[in-house]
Design a protein around this ligand. Structure first.
Ligand code: GRG
Ligand code: 1GP
Ligand code: MG
Length: 254
C-alpha cells in the first residue's frame, strides 16, 4: 500500500491521525533516531522530516539511512527547498504555498523538483499538498514570502481550501508556523472541514493535549507537532493519545 492510501486508511480508522515533524537542523543524528523510535512506540502515525532552513541533501541521507529498516511508520519528506529530497524516505509532500506572493513558492520550486523526482527519486511517492499559511506563519511564512491569513478570517481560509480542492490537491495543510504563539483556531478548522472533503492537516504551535484534542474534534484529519517533541518529549505520548481520542469522538458523532 502506498503512503497516501495508508494515511487515508488510518484517518478512516481513528478519525484523526498524528504526524511528528522532525527537523534535522535542530537535532543530532542520534537524537533523530531516538525520537523517531519513541514517537513510533507511542503511536504517532507518520514521520515528517523537514525544516525551512539549514538542511542539506547529504544530511538528510545520513539521518534517514540510519532509521531505514527500524521504522515501520512511513517517512514523508516535508521539503523547505528543492535540495531537501532523499531516496531514503518513502514519500514527499509535493507542496505549493498557495498564499505566497512569489510564484516561485507556488509553482517554480515544484517544476524544479518534478524533474528531480523523475530523474533521481523514482522511489519517492509524491503527495500533492496545498500549503496555506495562517496567522504567525513562523519561519516558513517568512521564507516563502507568504501573506498569512489572519487567525479570524475563516472566510479567506475557506476560499483557499476550496480552491485547493477544485485544483485537485491530494491534501490541504493549514499551517500557523513552527513554534507559532497561537495555533490555527478550531473555528477555522471546523468551517473548512464542513466544505472541503480532502484530508485536512493542521499544525504550528500545538503544544498540549487539550489543544490537539480540540483541533481533532473541530475536524482536523491530521495534527502535526514538531517543536514539542524537541523541547518536551515527555508530553508527546499524551498529545498522540488526545488526537486519536478526539478523532474517535468526532467519528462517533458523525
Ligand atoms: C515541492 C518540492 C519538492 C519542493 C518545494 C518546496 C517549497 C516550495 C518550499 C517552500 C516553502 C517552505 C519553506 C516550506 C517549509 C516546510 C517546512 C519544513 C516547515 C517546517 O519548518 P519550520 O519548522 O517552519 O521552520 P524551522 O526551520 O524554523 O523549524
Ligand atoms: O513545530 P510546531 O509548532 O509543532 O509546528 C509543526 C508544523 O506545523 C510546522 O510546519
Ligand atoms: Mg521546525
Amino acid at each position: 500500500m502506498g503512503v497516501k492510501d495508508y494515511l487515508l486508511k488510518r484517518i478512516a480508522e481513528v478519525g484523526a491521525i498524528h504526524m511528528t515533524l522532525l527537523d534535522p537542523d535542530k537535532v543530532t543524528a542520534k537524537e533523530f533516531k531516538e525520537l523517531a523510535l519513541m514517537v513510533q512506540e507511542y503511536g504517532s502515525d507518520a514521520l515528517m522530516v523537514g525544516g525551512s532552513l539549514g538542511i542539506s541533501e547529504g544530511q538528510l541521507d545520513e539521518y534517514l539511512s540510519a532509521v531505514k529498516g527500524s521504522l515501520k511508520i512511513p517517512v514523508i519528506l516535508f521539503p523547505g527547498s528543492v535540495a531537501n529530497l532523499s531516496r531514503y524516505a518513502d514519500a514527499v509532500f509535493f507542496l505549493s504555498v498557495l498564499n505566497s506572493a512569489d510564484p516561485y513558492f507556488i509553482v517554480g520550486a515544484q517544476i524544479q523538483a518534478s524533474v528531480l523526482l523523475v530523474k533521481r527519486f523514482r522511489n519517492l511517492e509524491p503527495i500533492s499538498l496545498a500549503y496555506i499559511i495562517v496567522g504567525d506563519g513562523g519561519a516558513v511564512g517568512y521564507v516563502s514570502n507568504a501573506r498569512p491569513i489572519p487567525y479570524d478570517r475563516d472566510d479567506i481560509a475557506l476560499a483557499y481550501a476550496y480552491t485547493a480542492q477544485l485544483m485537485g490537491f491530494d491534501m490541504i495543510y493549514l499551517e500557523a508556523g513552527s513554534g507559532a504563539r497561537e495555533p490555527v483556531r478550531p473555528r477555522m478548522v471546523s468551517r473548512v472541514k464542513q466544505l472541503v472533503s480532502k484530508p485536512l492537516i493542521v499544525g504550528g504551535g500545538i503544544r498540549d493535549p487539550e489543544k490537539a484534542s480540540e483541533l481533532a474534534l473541530a475536524g482536523a484529519d491530521a495534527i502535526v507537532t514538531g517543536t514539542i517533541v524537541e523541547e518536551k518529549p515527555e508530553l508527546i505520548k499524551d498529545i498522540i493519545r488526545a488526537v486519536h481520542e478526539g478523532g474517535m469522538t468526532r467519528k462517533k458523532r458523525a
